[in-house]
Design a protein around this ligand. Structure first.
Ligand SMILES: C[S@@+](CC[C@H](N)C(=O)[O-])C[C@H]1O[C@@H](n2cnc3c(N)ncnc32)[C@H](O)[C@@H]1O
Length: 222
């Protein structure tokens, strides 16, 4: 599926990056573990046409994936799923809450993401999908969009990760790769991620997960 196909399926044919604003924010690629060998290896090994990232924030990891695709000459697209409203960990921390840049009582984080994508010259590699994870998964399923690679980095509570894994599993094609962030067998800051991923892999008989430097990955059986 090309970017144009994805825009037809998800945006009724209207390119969300058409007609960008003149007053773009400065580039600001603050993120967490946005550059990681699992992301690069996923691009190199699978040569994906469609990567879905759930939890994009300012776009640092989505742009790393997009740049890696471009450098390898792979004609793939990142579907960036995010409410751009933040999660509990952002609202509970004063410093991270400030990053949401609320205006009149509503976060304006999307505008930072938009500026980053446009300034990086990667608009033709990214399709934003500003929905919550479960609705986005259902829309993609309804529209017959499947993913070669999924990078999950949204809510980090056990219940939300468990719900996201169930929602997105049908969207991942057989043989596709699932990567989840904030996985740490020693517990770490978000032990619910590890519990949810381990329980999911056990229930669905999935080999792995393999983990490295805070991310884990596993393959959907063919
Ligand atoms: C940790 S940040 C993502 C960081 C990004 N991957 C990076 O490397 O810079 C998590 C993001 O997930 C989004 N998010 C949290 N729960 C979500 C949900 N249920 N649906 C959609 N987006 C969600 C938040 O708005 C936030 O932007």
């Amino acid at each position: 599926m090309t970017r144009q196909d994805l825009i037809a399926a998800l945006w009724h044919g209207r390119d969300p990056f058409a007609d960008p604003p003149a007053d773009l924010r400065p580039a600001d690629l603050q993120g967490w573990r946005s550059i990681h060998p699992y992301l690069e290896e996923a691009v190199i090994d699978l040569r994906p046409a469609v990567i879905v990232e759930i939890g994009t924030w300012k776009g640092a990891s989505a742009l790393y994936l997009a740049r890696t695709l471009a450098e390898r000459g792979i004609d793939g697209t990142i579907v960036a799923v995010d409410t751009w409203l933040g999660a509990v960990d952002h609202w509970a921390d004063a410093g991270l809450f400030a990053e949401l840049r609320t205006e009149h009582g509503f976060p304006s984080l999307y505008r930072t993401f938009l500026a980053n994508v446009l300034r990086a010259g990667m608009a033709d590699r990214v399709v934003p999908l500003p929905l919550d994870s479960v609705n986005a998964a259902e829309l993609m399923r309804l529209r017959g969009v499947s993913a070669d690679v999924i990078h999950l980095d949204a809510g980090h509570e056990e219940a939300s990760v468990a719900a996201d894994l169930r929602a997105w599993w049908p969207v991942l094609r057989p043989g596709g790769l699932f990567i989840a962030d904030d996985y740490d067998r020693l517990g770490g800051r978000f032990p619910g991620v590890t519990r949810a991923v381990d329980a999911f892999c056990a229930e669905f008989g999935v080999a792995g997960p393999w983990s490295h430097r805070g991310k884990c990955k596993f393959v959907k059986p063919e």
